[in-house]
Design a protein around this ligand. Structure first.
Ligand code: SAH
Length: 251
């Protein structure tokens, strides 16, 4: 009943997508493409870049023009991650609400395992201000690059390089081990978004959620479901329950 599959892991890196959000400097986009290519990553997505395509990006890509040419531009983060099963935010900062956090090494391992049978995204924020809390809400977990104390902020392309390196090294290890693994595929982000909308609507209808102050509750519920990482069948069951609750409330 559940989509458990036995797969050969550690063979392909095509399942890892790098997403840059609202990048100001096109040079950083080019440098990120170069960083990706050196580590075997080719799937680059850009959310509302300030300037792209750009001669500066191409100049900084030096030899990774193919990655830039294939880059896709999206109007929002939710559209960029729509088919992704695992979304990892790259962030130096700990926030007041604690998202699950791991080192970039742990995240690289997780991504390399998952990428063999599912789509994994690493999301990078703006040069000046990083990712907003609303953007972090879309992430299952956060990856941080451990730094020397007191100064945590890497240049955007340098952060992409470190993440890509860790994914590459983890993938190499998997290739060498050529492990067989049994895995459960989490539902894609677009289905999770529909679940959250349905949940919010239902909780409002049964007066559990006050629409005047909805944000914290929904954020906490997102975190709960992101930890559980339900698969498509489980999401359908949850939505079926919500529909049944709505039906009984309405009649
Ligand atoms: N002043 C910003 C820094 C943004 S740097 C802030 O504090 O968030 C641009 C992006 O590079 C960040 O959004 C993040 O995705 C990535 N980045 C920079 N340093 C990082 C670190 N130590 N760990 C993980 N990601 C980092």
């Amino acid at each position: 009943m559940f989509p458990l599959r036995v797969v050969q892991v550690g063979l392909s890196m095509s399942g890892v997508r790098i997403i840059l959000v609202d990048t100001s400097h096109p040079g950083n986009i080019g440098a990120a493409a170069r960083a990706m290519k050196t580590m075997g990553l080719t799937d680059l997505s850009l959310v509302t870049p300030h300037a792209f395509p750009s001669a500066q990006a191409t100049a900084r890509a030096t030899g990774a023009d193919d990655v830039l040419d294939a880059a896709r531009v999206f109007p929002s983060l939710s559209e960029a991650i729509a088919e992704c099963n695992l979304v990892i935010g790259s962030s130096a900062r700990a926030r007041h609400i604690d998202w699950p956090q791991m080192t970039v090494r742990e995240a690289g391992n997780l991504a390399a395992h998952r990428a063999t049978h599912a789509s994994v995204a690493f999301v990078f924020g703006r040069e000046r201000t990083g990712l907003t809390n609303a953007e972090l809400d879309h992430c299952h977990c956060l990856a941080y690059i451990p730094t020397h104390s007191g100064y945590h902020s890497l240049n955007l392309a340098a952060a992409v390089q470190v993440v890509a390196y860790e994914v590459h090294m983890a993938n190499q290890t998997l290739c060498e081990a050529s492990t067989l693994a049994s895995v459960q595929i989490p539902a894609p982000a677009i289905e999770m978004d529909r679940l959250y909308e349905h949940l919010e609507q239902t909780l409002t209808e049964v007066d559990f959620l006050n629409p005047a102050h909805p944000r914290l509750l929904m954020r906490r519920l997102r975190r709960l479901f992101n930890r559980a990482q339900p698969d498509a069948v489980e999401v359908n069951i949850l939505r079926g329950i919500l529909t049944a609750v709505q039906r009984s409330k309405r009649c």
